[in-house]
Design a protein around this ligand. Sequence first.
Ligand SMILES: Cc1cc2nc3c(=O)[nH]c(=O)nc-3n(C[C@H](O)[C@H](O)[C@H](O)COP(=O)(O)OP(=O)(O)OC[C@H]3O[C@@H](n4cnc5c(N)ncnc54)[C@H](O)[C@@H]3O)c2cc1C
Length: 303
Amino acid sequence: MSVAVGVTVHSLTAYPVTTVGTPEQQEALLPGMLSGDQLGAYCLSEPLAGSDIGSMTTRAVAEGGGDGEPTAYRLRGRKAWISHAGHADYYTTFARTSDEEGRGLSCFVVPADAPGITFGTPERKMGLHCDTVREVMYDDVPVDASRRIGAEGQGMAIALAALDAGRLGIAAAATGLAQSALDLAAGYAQERQQFGRPIAANQGLAFLIADMEAAVTSARATYLHAARLKDAGRAFSKEAAVAKLTATDAAMRVTTDAVQVLGGAGYTEDFPAERYMREAKVTQIFEGTNQIQRLVISRHVLR
Ligand SMILES: Cc1cc2nc3c(=O)[nH]c(=O)nc-3n(C[C@H](O)[C@H](O)[C@H](O)COP(=O)(O)OP(=O)(O)OC[C@H]3O[C@@H](n4cnc5c(N)ncnc54)[C@H](O)[C@@H]3O)c2cc1C
């Protein structure tokens, strides 16, 4: 799961350059990003700005250029919960360039060796232990204007579009996680004998497995539907939110039920069921919590 999350986070970091970067920026940055030679971190969340990213306070102050385009920026502030922090080669960072509502944020690709960038100690998390998550501090970090991706003020639109796409990755990873839990539970239920027969021979348990299969199948269907819309160049924001909500809630339910099917063994580290359950939980929280997905979906429906 850490590997899957790593791939989807890295894809997020390349999204702004891919979609709104200039041909020069794409030529300079994309080969390293897309080949995987360069690892990225996506720096959106802050200690006091999680679901409400519009309230972020990290600033990028423009320098030079007189009345024209700035030649450089100085970044000052703090990001929280940043996957790959301390390991990444570059930090796709959103920062405030004005206080204008909705158009106050801009996007920058900051090299890891920029002076003034430092990292907190890794968070001690419930799961996803291969995904290092830390704070990133910017202490007047100089960033050349050629590293601003998109126009000044376009940052919020870029961040939200990147998250729409990223939600497909999280939904796919959650579906795989749920499938693993189901496979484990189905195999165990056929082997484990109680009352002289496999526990799967009890309808009460077999029906639990049927519900797990139904949840995995719906999770897969929703993310493939949204992904096909995206591939066809059609609107997919609502469908991506539905897929993220459906697949991650399915992963939570199915992994919890897998622990139940394994009984006491499911509660031990001898089987991966307990790890699947701990890993499922975070999928309901990041890339927009599932409450935020409901906000996105209801706004689309009620628009
Ligand atoms: C392991 C991990 C990796 C992460 N990686 C990254 C990363 O690489 N880059 C990055 O930028 N961020 C990352 N995050 C941050 C993640 O995106 C945030 O944790 C998430 O957006 C929620 O923000 P928050 O934790 O501040 O919770 P809060 O926004 O404080 O929310 C707390 C609770 O209130 C609910 N809530 C908030 N607003 C509303 C509302 N309007 N209506 C109903 N309920 C609401 C939330 O759903 C949640 O249940 C990561 C987080 C984790 C745990």
